[in-house]
Design a protein around this ligand. Structure first.
Ligand code: SAH
Length: 255
């Protein structure tokens, strides 16, 4: 009896935006492991699975427990919001397995099921801000040194990437978004469009479009993704749009 470990990204939080593969893997699992809030978000799919709920800062023990349960022969689902491979549980599960010398052919079966990451879910609510070369940067310096993060912010700013800022701010971490904005202002106009989305596709969703100059006047927290436009991004009728360049190449108004 060989266990199975599925690391599942369930998307932004609504059922409609979860893949069929993610739903099936959750329904077929015997054990569900995840952060409390996430277990609540997928409650509708549960039918007697054993649930291991853990707090926000217990990722490591969560991953270890998942590996242990799968090695005991169970079908285990580790759930992450968005995509599990984007600041999620997928990499950590593999780190725990590598540490044990796990091999794909002899060890437990592992699969990562993709989900809609915040850059995509929040982007869709803002209009079409991504459209062109873009990157994600997490402002959490819990695991990554701040000087590396801010260097990446600067490189992305200089290279005119559209930037999706994950983990922009928390109760204790308030300085990072302020410094990030200062660096961005060295490369981009204060009028650069900025989209701020809280709890995309969840209860209490909030969407705001502002500018680099005024972005800090808005409520930014743990459930927020901040999208910084590039030099071509515009705001049109309350939407944030990054033209890809079709207008330069074709005359869009003509037949
Ligand atoms: N694996 C997740 C990211 C986890 S890091 C993904 O792929 O989306 C947590 C950060 O993700 C949050 O601080 C926020 O910046 C972003 N995020 C995740 N879900 C979100 C949602 N529904 N709405 C807005 N931002 C979200």
């Amino acid at each position: 009896m060989k266990g199975k470990l599925s690391v599942i990204g369930f998307g932004p939080g609504s059922f409609e935006h979860m893949t069929q593969a993610a739903k099936e893997a959750i329904m077929e699992s015997e054990v569900i492991i995840g952060y409390n809030t996430y277990v609540d978000l997928i409650r509708g799919l549960l039918s007697g699975q054993h649930i291991v709920r853990t707090g926000m800062t217990e990722e490591v023990s969560r991953a270890q427990e998942a590996v242990r349960q799968a090695q005991a022969g169970r079908k285990v689902a580790v759930i992450s919001s968005g995509d599990a491979g984007v600041y999620g549980m997928a990499g950590l599960v593999y780190e725990v397995l590598m540490e044990q010398g796990w091999r794909r052919d002899t060890g437990v079966n592992v699969e990562v099921i993709p989900g809609i990451s915040a850059i995509n879910s929040t982007g869709s609510l803002l209009g079409a801000p991504i459209m062109h070369d873009a990157c994600t940067i997490s402002l959490s310096d819990h695991l990554t040194p701040w000087d590396l993060i801010i260097r990446r912010v600067e490189a992305a700013a200089a290279a005119d990437f559209v930037i999706a800022l994950y983990n922009p701010r928390s109760g204790r971490r308030t300085r990072q978004i302020v410094e990030t904005r200062s660096v961005l202002l060295r490369y981009r106009s204060p009028q650069t469009p900025v989209g701020i989305v809280k709890s995309a596709y969840r209860d209490r969703e909030e969407i705001a479009i502002t500018t680099l100059e005024r972005m800090l006047e808005h409520d930014i927290g743990m459930l927020t993704t901040v999208i910084i436009g590039n030099s071509a991004t515009v705001v049109y009728d309350g939407l944030m749009i990054t033209p890809r360049g079709y207008q330069r190449k074709y005359t869009l108004g003509a037949d």
